[in-house]
Design a binder for this molecule. Structure first.
Ligand code: ZN
Ligand code: ZN
Length: 330
């Protein structure tokens, strides 16, 4: 089968993914074999490909927003031909303290699709049957792909920030994840304040119902109840913190941050403001979000790339040169 393979992480401008033929993956007990119909591109893929996340394997096929059709259900009771989604969380041990306490997103021995296991930048992929999510017919392949990490993690960020209906919520950065989170916020009657770089991202935020839109250096005109940051930048976290009311929460939706600069505790954190990180996802986050996405008819803004152009898709995410999400079709 054809796949995009990473062996030496380096800057995406050096085209680190090699598009070539590799053996079709072999099923282990509990796995299903999927024919990949579409695979979303996530910023985390960029961190893997460029080496900000340390490699787990000598060679890896990235991609963890897989829309696949079950070709071989293996020992599972899933039906051949069914369409399922696969996300970043490829599996957990089920036995550690975190798994036993309803926090499988923090499992001590997780596997990650497209990082510790081969992912979806390929014609075929395998996944643990119990870590696949059924996809409703009303979610088509291309539209469903970006929901599977960008969407689920964006939704988990709203949960971590404890957003309540009708609140004022700041989104700092407006890429794949934020442009899905805003749809959920609008469905919850929240007022959404977006600070982001790039005129086209600001236009998209307005089109999707933002109450206020500014550049990455501008502060929202009101004190926010909640904020979510999406940029891999600690400066943005401090900017978000500075825009919160007392008792407000910033949730950091980033697997990697450059650093957090020194900031003034008395002015920015005192008053029971909180900074929280968003780490991975649980299967119930995935199921709950996919349900809401279908109900509100969430339609991600997408740009399609062929598998041969996987490096270009990553470059587009890195350079913020597309609006919404990139999706690879093998
Ligand atoms: Zn565990
Ligand atoms: Zn992701």
């Amino acid at each position: 089968m054809k796949a995009a393979v990473l062996s030496l992480p380096r800057d995406v401008s050096k085209r680190p993914l090699e598009i070539r033929e590799v053996p079709k993956p072999q099923l282990k007990p509990g796995d299903v074999l999927l024919r990949v119909r579409a695979c979303g591109v996530c910023r985390t893929d960029l961190h893997i490909v460029e080496g900000e996340l340390p490699p787990h394997c000598n060679e890896i096929i990235p991609g963890h927003q897989i829309v696949g059709e079950i070709v071989n259900p293996g020992t599972s009771d899933l039906a051949a031909g069914a369409r399922v989604g696969v996300s970043w969380i490829g599996g957990v041990d089920g036995s550690c303290w975190f798994c036993q306490h309803g926090m499988e997103n923090l499992c001590d021995s997780p596997t990650f699709t497209g990082y510790s296991l081969n992912g979806g930048y390929a014609e075929y992929a395998i996944a643990r049957a119990d870590f696949t999510f059924p996809l409703e017919n009303r979610l088509d392949d291309l539209q469903a792909a970006p929901l599977l990490c960008a969407g689920i993690i964006g939704f988990r960020s709203l949960r971590v920030a404890e957003v309540r209906h009708g609140e004022c919520v700041g989104l700092f950065g407006f890429g794949a994840s934020a442009h899905l989170a805003i749809a959920v916020l609008r469905a919850w009657n929240c007022k959404v304040y977006v600070s982001t770089r790039g005129a086209s991202h600001r236009q998209l935020a307005v089109a999707l119902g933002a109450t206020w839109v500014g550049s990455e250096t501008e502060s929202p005109p009101v004190k926010l109840d909640r904020a979510v940051t999406f940029a891999p930048s600690g400066d943005v976290v401090v900017a978000a913190l500075a825009s919160l009311r007392k008792g407000g929460v910033v949730a950091i939706n980033a697997i990697h941050l450059d650093r957090i600069p020194e900031f003034d505790y008395d002015r920015l954190l005192w008053g029971e403001r909180q900074i929280r990180s968003v780490t991975n996802m649980t299967r119930s986050d995935a199921r709950d979000f996919l349900q809401i996405a279908a109900e509100i008819n969430l339609r991600p803004r997408i740009t399609v790339f062929s598998l041969d152009h996987a490096n270009d898709a990553l470059a587009a995410v890195k350079n913020d040169s597309i609006d919404g999400a990139a999706v690879i079709v093998p």
